[in-house]
Design a protein around this ligand. Sequence first.
Ligand code: KG4
Ligand code: ZN
Length: 340
Amino acid sequence: MEKDITILGLESSCDETAASVVVNGRTLLSNEISSQIDIHTLYGGVVPEIASRKHVERVNQVIEKALSDAGKTLDDLDGIAVTYGPGLVGALLVGVSAAKAIAWARGIPLIGVHHIEGHISANFLAYPELEPPFICLVVSGGHTHLVIVRDYGEYEILGRTEDDAAGEAFDKVARAVGLGYPGGPKIDKAAREGNPLAIPFPQGKVRGNAYDFSFSGLKSSVLNYLNTEQMAGREVNVPNLAASFQKAVVDVLVGHAMEAVDTYHYQKFAIAGGVASNSALRAAAKEACEKRGVGFYCPPPILCTDNGAMIACAGYYEFMKGTRSGWDLNAVPNLALGSR
Ligand code: KG4
Ligand code: ZN
């Protein structure tokens, strides 16, 4: 029998300090996440300097907790995987520095992981039987990518957002209607009480690539609607607005994704990233896949938002391919998917 490979995954690209121990890329032993949401809520969004400082304060405790929850020590690790981009440079640096220090001190491999590769890999933790190839829609606060996952670590990007990311649109609209930060979960909740057909917001239109997305026009429509209602002295029905905005986003996300599924004839479709925990998106994608007889995969919400487990999983597959980062590994805020 082959030896088990135990990887510690670290994530600190935005406002979560997270560490997790994963065995053989699929077995989750611990998943420690320290969220800074409460602090950033005071400012209506993530403040990069505060994020970096909080990561520094918390990273060691989070790593210790992840190891103790897993019943492991640093001696049991075969490698350390860490998000090195994309993200906030100061935030990324904290995880990268911690990972380097441990890897150097223990003489074990260091593996830099792309944040989006991590999000996609959350599906491997949720579905032990899932293997590439498949199509994956990655929707988070910073990214909106429609990707063909050809193999572990091999991606072809079919489409991406031309402006705002899907999560960013949720956050901006939520702020405009006074729901606060982070907006996604709040819009999701408010939308449950609303009518998605109440306000006909336009779907984002793009000129070139049929798989690209655009959300800034939709965001402007929502802001214009709010303005018009305010000027007319009418009270805005927040649940109806949330449901109608959410429908416009979900329709375009699922529409483009299913166009890709139909065109490329993949039998499996997955979603990933923070917005993949949206209940309307999950329901619409599931229904569209069932209609086509295509397998649908979505990680539980705790693996959709930022976590260390997805980084440990992606790191395991990179480790098995022989990927090793040097001691010069640095934070790359605008790292492109598929680059090393
Ligand atoms: O993946 P993630 O934790 O961090 C990034 O890599 O960006 O995603 C965070 C984003 C935020 O924009 C948040 O509002 C959104 O995911 N989000 C949601 C939901 N939960 C989180 N958006 C819509 N519906 C949700 N239930
Ligand atoms: Zn993320």
